[in-house]
Design a binder for this molecule. Structure first.
Ligand code: ADP
Length: 334
């Protein structure tokens, strides 16, 4: 659905040139929720704005739904942009227009007849749960409600793609979760492709299928969220993963002298199975769980425990083999 090939962007600041993006190659599939995470100044906003050409790349090509946007003139580009909706951190609503008029704005701009846009606005109000607030002004709404207006407005023209620019960064955690659920719901119901940028790993973990980690204008890691999350390769990725685990250095937790410290991951149905219990019940090895979490990545449950095994080394090795054979990911921490 989206294909960026060798995209670069540099800005001239006085006599110097700032390279905000360097040779970005990225493919987002139809119907996917794709997250781009990075620290402040990494190039996230620039990258997102290169997708709808709000920023003109200095080099490379951008294709959306089979159309090479970088090859279009301004009239054609204007038309193609209707297939790409966008929402913003600070909502960017018209303060002197009601919720209904904010949502209707892109439809009026596209010269839709009145009866048609009124019907569409009603559908959108329902989709984002704002039927009761249609005649209010933005100043009368909470942050979460304002973002719902932003989402409805972005969807007005039935776009194929929704770009989300730090859409939950101005919201409290509870409202963030509600907006993320709404995005997930829209993705499920409408099959719309979503690209979001964020500096919060929680956002990636909750709703994304794939993620790219950007640092210094380059993609330093990319893949399925589950893989990147469970086996981060780049130090910047590790930083972000640490954001959502309350990890203490597990070595500081170790009690015994002749013990082994293991990190065990399990994904999907394995999360609910008593594999550790079964492996240990006929063994002389003792164990202590030093840390543990069960969580969810988009629709997939996963868990992670840090466990200390105490006993004969050969027997510990046998236990590790059993766990691996059952499909758990076992990592030795010592
Ligand atoms: P992020 O969204 O990850 O915080 P940005 O894409 O905003 O990062 O910025 C990437 C880099 O490009 C930064 O070094 C920033 O200072 C620079 N930059 C962004 N926009 C401009 C601009 N309009 N003019 C000059 N430099 C810019």
């Amino acid at each position: 659905m989206i294909e960026l090939t060798d995209v670069s962007k540099s800005y001239r600041v006085r006599s110097a040139s700032v390279e905000a993006l360097r040779n970005i190659n990225l493919t987002v599939n139809k119907g996917e929720i794709y997250g781009i995470i990075g620290h402040s100044g990494a190039g996230k906003s620039t990258l997102l704005r290169c997708i709808n050409l709000l920023e003109q790349p200095s080099g490379g090509s951008v294709k959306v739904a089979g159309v090479e946007l970088t090859a279009l003139g301004s009239v054609q580009l204007q038309k193609e942009r209707r297939r790409i909706g966008m929402i913003f951190q600070h909502f960017n609503l018209l303060t002197s227009a009601t919720v209904r008029d904010n949502i209707a704005f892109p439809l009026k701009l596209a010269r839709e007849p009145r009866a048609k846009w009124r019907k569409r606005v009603d559908e959108l109000l329902k989709l984002v749960g704002l039927e009761q607030h249609a005649d209010k002004y933005p100043s009368q709404l909470s942050g979460g409600q304002k973002q719902r207006v932003g989402i409805a407005r972005a969807l007005a023209n039935n776009p194929d793609v929704l770009l989300c620019d730090e859409a939950t960064s101005a919201l409290d955690p509870q409202t963030t979760n509600a907006i993320l659920s709404l995005l997930l719901d829209i993705n499920d119901k409408l099959g719309i492709t979503i690209v979001l940028i964020t500096h919060e790993m929680n956002v990636i973990r909750s709703i994304c299928d794939r993620v790219a980690v950007i640092d210094g204008g380059q993609i330093v890691e990319e893949g399925q969220v589950l893989d990147v999350f469970l086996k981060p390769q780049h130090p910047v990725t590790q930083d972000f993963v640490d954001q959502v685990s309350d990890a203490v250095d597990p070595r500081a937790l170790q009690q015994g002298r002749n013990s082994r410290l293991l990190r065990v991951h399990y994904v999907g149905r394995l999360t609910y199975e008593p594999i550790l219990f079964n492996a240990m019940k006929s063994s002389s090895v003792q164990f202590a769980i030093l840390q543990g979490t069960v969580s969810r990545m988009k629709h997939t449950p996963y868990g992670q425990i840090i466990v200390e095994l105490i006993g004969e080394n050969a027997e510990i090795e046998r236990i590790i083999d059993v766990l691996r054979h059952e499909g758990l990911n076992v990592e030795d921490l010592i």
